[in-house]
Unconditional design. Structure first.
Length: 385
């Protein structure tokens, strides 16, 4: 006598062709509900970002944020499945959102036309299940790594060059992070750029690496597969580089070793929720925390002004240092190099305590770090919108 098939067998073998996700649900460990509930931030809307976003939408990921500050150019069209020539000159984040929405109406896509270095708060990253980095430079990767660690959110890095590529999964905790895997040469390349008093923003944005759309599909596909594993609590090779050599068709993995003194290993614990936003001032933050003595530690050095020692003039800047290009660091009158006057912490008794946090370069929905004589406290700012 044949036993009745049990419930899980029935679920496995009944295919509802009217259910968009029915074929995916045939995969044994698949839980479409987890994917529908997932929140993912995609950083960068270039070749990798296009492939990643395409896959996330086909899978039905519930909420997807995408950040990019660039506009679509004709030369993007050979590697970006979601861009068309009619989009030339339009912001990539908005175009990709509009086009990807058409792939699957179940997904909520939220574009951020901005710079990952300055326009994303740690609150947003804390709210994500996974961050997927689709970046082309070390500075932005290092920044995403540090923010993900502070927020305790896993992130997946992808990198491509010609027909080769690499995928790296990082899960905050005791394991190695992106910075642990940085070599002396990586640091040297970054410090070359930082050695000038002003960050050479122009140079960083020129990091145009030759890539084929085929490797973007492979690595973007791997990044999303690793995200699926994280969403399902399946094991990942976190803390490793998974390297694909497309020329030789070789695939290998190398494990990073955690660095004792790694500067990225800081996680913001016991975050205090508040009604404050980045329009609030440090004075208001301290009233809320009932503190009489406190210092706000800025994640980003803030450039207040540039001073000329030769003609004793100064230029007011009031922007995060990382946004100021070296071309601005020259005196308009005498052409001599200007000296930056930066702020990295703000005292409750100092001159900036009644300025809005936003005017000190703190982004929307951030977590701010307040040092008191006895401890360090972390305050989550609300979304302004
Ligand atoms: Zn590390
Ligand atoms: Zn001057």
């Amino acid at each position: 006598m044949n036993p009745e098939p049990n419930k899980s067998d029935q679920e496995t073998f009944v295919i509802d062709e009217n259910d968009r996700y029915s074929r995916l649900k045939l995969i044994g460990w698949w839980e479409q509900e987890r994917i529908a509930a997932a929140k993912i931030l995609v950083v960068g809307a270039g070749a990798l970002g296009n492939e990643v976003l395409k896959n996330l939408c086909l899978l039905g990921v519930g909420t997807i944020y995408i950040i990019d500050f660039d506009v679509v150019q004709e030369s993007n069209l050979t590697r970006s499945v979601l861009f068309r020539s009619r989009h030339e000159g339009q912001p990539k984040a908005s175009v990709i959102t509009e086009m990807a929405s058409d792939l699957n109406p179940d997904c909520t896509l939220i574009p951020i036309e901005g710079n990952v270095l300055t326009d994303i708060g740690i609150g947003l990253i804390r709210d994500m299940d996974v961050v997927i980095g689709c970046l082309d430079n070390r500075e932005a990767r290092l920044w995403v790594n540090r923010m993900s660690w502070k927020a305790n959110t896993p992130w997946i890095d992808g990198g491509i060059q010609e027909i080769n590529g690499v995928t790296k999964v990082f899960v905050p905790g005791d394991g190695p992070c992106y910075e642990c895997g940085m070599t002396e040469n990586d640091y040297r390349l970054i410090s070359l750029r930082y050695s000038c008093p002003l960050l050479r923003q122009e140079d960083i944005q020129q990091g145009k690496v030759p890539t084929a759309p085929t490797i973007a599909s492979i690595i973007g596909g791997m990044q999303v597969q690793e995200a699926l594993k994280l969403l399902h609590d399946l094991p990942t090779d976190d803390g490793s580089a998974m390297v694909f050599n497309g020329a030789a068709n070789q695939f290998y993995k190398t494990k990073f070793t955690p660095k004792e003194d790694c500067l990225s290993h800081e996680t913001y614990e016991d975050v205090i929720e508040s009604e404050l936003t980045h329009e609030s001032t440090l004075q208001e933050v301290c009233q809320f925390l009932e503190l009489e003595e406190a210092t706000l530690i800025l994640d980003r050095d803030f450039l207040v002004r540039l001073n000329c020692r030769t003609c004793e003039s100064h230029k007011q800047i009031d922007r995060p240092l990382c946004l100021v290009g070296s071309s601005e660091g020259v005196c308009d009158s005498c052409q001599q190099p200007l000296q930056p006057e930066t702020v990295s912490e703000v005292s409750l008794n100092g001159e900036f305590a009644n300025r809005s946090l936003a005017s000190l370069g703190i982004p929307d929905w951030d977590v701010i770090k307040i040092r008191t004589p006895s401890e360090t406290r972390f305050v989550l700012l609300n979304k302004a919108g």
